[in-house]
Structures are given as C-alpha cells and as structure tokens.
Design a protein around this ligand. Structure first.
Ligand SMILES: [Zn+2]
Ligand SMILES: [Zn+2]
Length: 296
C-alpha cells in the first residue's frame, strides 16, 4: 500500500490552539509512503516531530530521504525535535536546493548553532547524508523524482514523485509568476511578457495529469493584492493551475497562520466553486493534519 499522509500543513509559523485544531497548527511535513515500510519525508517543519513519535512507536530501523522544499524556518524547524534522528543505525538523506555560497549541510546545521540550540547537528547519532538537488530528473530507491524551481524568495524546489502508476507533486511555497498584460502592447517588453507567461505554463506542464497535487493556497485573492512577492499563492491561481493541468486531486496547502478552521473551510469551498463553474469534477481538499490519501 502506498499513501500520502499529512503531519504538518500550516505555513510560516506553528499555530496551535482551539481555532486551528481541525486543520492543524504544525508547519509542513508530509509522509509519502511508496510501499511497505518505505517512505520519503517532504519537508521538516514542526509536523516532523509527530512523525518521529509515530516512527519511535513502530520501533523499526528507519532509512528515509528527506526532501526539503527550501530552507525557510517553517520547513526545517522540526529537525532538532525529530527523535529518530538521534537513534544510532537510522539513516537520513537530505535533499534540497542550496544557496550559491552555503551548502545544504551548512544551512541545516546553522539553525542548531550553539547560540540557538543546545545540541549540534553533528551530535545527532543517526547517519546523515546531504545531497543537493537542482532542477532536473533523479532516481532514489528506484523511484523517479523530478524537481522544478519555484517562484519563492531564495531557491525553492517543487518535487514530482512517480509512485507505481501514480504521480504526486509537492509544491509547498510558490507564487504566480507576474503577467503584465500592458506589456503585450509594448514591443520592448514583449520578451519579458512571453517569459513570465511561459513560467506559469511551465508549472502547468510540470503538474500535467498528476493524481495528487499538493500546492500552496495561503491567500484569498484580496489578501494576495498586498502580499505580492511574499512567495505564496491565492487559491484561485492554485485552482487554475490544477484545472489547466487536469489534476485529479488538489490539496490546498500551507494555510495562513491568521486563518482559523472556518476561514480555511471558506477557502476550500471557494476553490471548489471555481472548479465546479469550470465544469470540472476535480477533487479538492484542504490539507489536514492526520489526513491520509491512498495511492493504490
Ligand atoms: Zn513556508
Ligand atoms: Zn518559504
């Protein structure tokens, strides 16, 4: 059996409390099981702590690849609290985009420097490996994985996984590429206009016909107007990409810390309405902690 399971779905900062208890307050962490006890981990936000507790209860040795979308705190802050990483014999291979002058290992180690945390990454007793990724095609444990750069501050990657006959795409933090309609009137800017439109089309191509698309839908269209270049999507854009790509199941992800459960409900409903009005029967859900989607 293969499945996707959500351990953290909240963007930016953990938001515990009664108003967010249904969707959940932990920052991003998704388990992608590809059969038996084999699984990848997508992002290491505070949700990875719960996943760690679950793995400790199972009591088996753990080997997993951890795909980090990018190095913002909400995607790495759970690592120091991931108990299986302290167990000798366990093995974790970190993947992600590194900055031009900072290696993947340096970035992950730095959040645990002695000023910020009492235990250093080198003191965690499991085996760590660091394999930077770039846009392109890879194979890990026999699974084909494709990576694509996203529109988010710094270097951020979206990942596509080929699990048996299913395709799963994980795009945690991403923003629409700007399109300047007025520039089409101006031949000087024509090249740039074509480029940005191509970039949105590139995203649609990357997500073409996927079974499960997990994508940033942090804002309403109104909120987005004042948050351009913050690196997140209004839900209408996310739905448009998914409709363009003929995605089967769309999971709205990276909920805003200001949005309580009722507000996220309203975003999910509004997203469904856009899809329904376009004549699509795409399944749309808001990512919820503990939610599991079977892949076979
Ligand atoms: Zn984030
Ligand atoms: Zn981010």
């Amino acid at each position: 059996m293969a499945y996707v399971k959500f351990w953290g779905v909240r963007g930016s900062i953990p938001t515990p409390g009664p108003s967010t208890s249904r969707y959940g307050g932990n920052t991003p962490c998704v388990e992608l099981n590809y059969g038996g006890d084999n699984f990848f981990i997508l992002d290491a936000g505070s949700g990875i702590r719960e996943l760690g507790q679950h793995l400790m209860k199972l009591g088996k040795p753990v080997k997993s690849h951890i795909f980090i979308s990018h190095m913002h705190w909400d995607h790495i802050q759970g690592i120091p609290f991931f108990v299986p990483a302290y167990i000798p014999g366990n093995q974790f291979i970190f993947h992600g985009a590194q900055e031009a002058d900072l290696s993947l290992e340096d970035i992950l180690a730095d959040q645990m420097n002695p000023v910020n945390f009492p235990v250093q990454i080198t003191e965690m007793s499991s085996k760590f490996e660091f394999e930077p990724m770039y846009e392109g095609e890879y194979k890990f444990e026999g699974i084909k994985v494709e990576a694509m750069y996203l529109n988010h501050p710094g270097y951020a990657l979206g990942y596509k996984f080929y699990i048996k006959d299913k395709k799963v795409v994980y795009i945690s933090d991403n923003e629409p590429y700007p399109v300047h309609p007025e520039a089409t009137q101006d031949s000087d800017n024509l090249e740039q206009t074509v480029f940005v439109e191509d970039s949105n089309q590139r995203l649609i191509n990357f997500t073409k016909d996927v079974d499960v698309l997990i994508h940033d839908a942090q804002y309403t269209p109104d909120e987005y107007k004042t948050k351009i270049q913050w690196g997140h999507s209004p839900y209408d854009y996310t739905v448009k990409v998914a409709l363009g790509a003929k995605v089967k199941t769309l999971i709205l992800f990276h909920h805003d810390p200001l949005h309580d459960d009722e507000f996220v409900d309203s975003i999910v409903e509004a997203a469904k309405k856009i899809s329904w009005q376009a004549g699509s029967n795409m399944r749309i859900m808001g990512a919820e902690e503990g939610m599991e989607i079977p892949l076979d």
